[in-house]
Design a protein around this ligand. Structure first.
Ligand SMILES: [Zn+2]
Length: 276
């Protein structure tokens, strides 16, 4: 049975490969290893994304060597990177640095190292109008590069409402990116197409979210595992997606068909990947 976690981070100060082994031991078969900033590799200029992405790609290789998991990679400039950069070099140069991070991610997709551009978007907390505008500019650039590279984008933003989904759909339309190539990480359980406009929600593996989501359109499951020993309770543990999926089948919350849709059919349709 394919079991896919759509949003998973590893860092050198955390469990690293051992976290992926916990996922595998619980029945997991595939991961979307998603880039996020490393404390010891701050982004001060465009070139700094190369070192950060290289580390994420190296983690993917380590996990492939140490496990039988399929490891897929998403690379992109984390939206919050914009704020400290603006303090040091100003909004225009900061925006250019993030745009360069998108371009480099697109080159890794073209080379086959990564299957998506993400997580990109805008800070998940309120920011001033200037940062909001610049973030939306980077977001649109990411969608345009994704269109050119033929890959999806994975969005990190505030929690979406139907109105937010409409906005993302409009930006995707302007960029020529199909809605089903836009994945909303850490989504609200809005799975009906009239609520999400065909943008693909990815939900934390929590029963209260899944109970609302089933019966609508397709959705991913994720832990958003951050591999940070300083914040052990901040997110779901690395084995949560396989454990919960197994439990939800037993409880009747998910049918075998629903599980196949979530863990095999949707990853294939969205990213072109095989998860088992
Ligand atoms: Zn994340």
């Amino acid at each position: 049975m394919a079991i896919f976690d759509n949003h998973f981070h590893l860092r050198p100060t955390g469990l690293g490969v051992a976290a992926a082994k916990q996922f595998e031991a619980a029945g997991g078969t595939a991961l979307m290893l998603t880039h996020s900033p490393y404390d010891d590799l701050p982004v001060r200029r465009a070139e700094d994304y190369a070192a950060g992405y290289a580390r994420t790609l190296d983690f993917a290789r380590q996990v492939r060597t140490a496990t039988r998991l399929k490891v897929f990679v998403a690379l992109g400039p984390y939206p919050v990177d914009l704020l400290p950069l603006r303090e040091s070099i100003g909004i225009t140069a900061a925006t250019d640095v993030l745009r360069s991070g998108v371009d480099l991610a697109g080159r890794h997709v073209a080379e086959g190292d990564a299957v998506a551009i993400g997580e990109v978007g805008r800070p998940h907390f309120p920011v001033d109008a200037e940062a909001w505008r610049a973030s939306n500019e980077v977001l649109a650039h990411a969608m345009a590069v994704a269109r050119d590279r033929g890959c999806p984008v994975i969005l990190h933003t505030e929690d979406p409402t139907p109105e937010t989904f409409r906005e993302f759909a409009a930006i995707a339309d302007r960029c020529g990116l199909p809605h089903n190539r836009v994945v909303k990480h850490h989504s609200t359980p809005l799975t009906r197409p009239e609520e999400n406009h065909g943008i693909v929600p990815s939900l934390l593996a929590k029963a209260d979210l899944v109970r609302v989501a089933v019966g609508g359109g397709p959705f991913f499951l994720e832990t958003d595992y951050i591999d940070d020993p300083k914040r052990p309770g901040a997110v779901l543990g690395p084995a949560t997606v396989p454990r919960k999926t197994t439990a939800w089948i037993a409880e009747g919350l998910l049918t075998a068909e629903a599980v196949a849709r979530i863990h095999a059919d949707l990853p294939r349709a969205t990213y072109g990947i095989e998860t088992d």
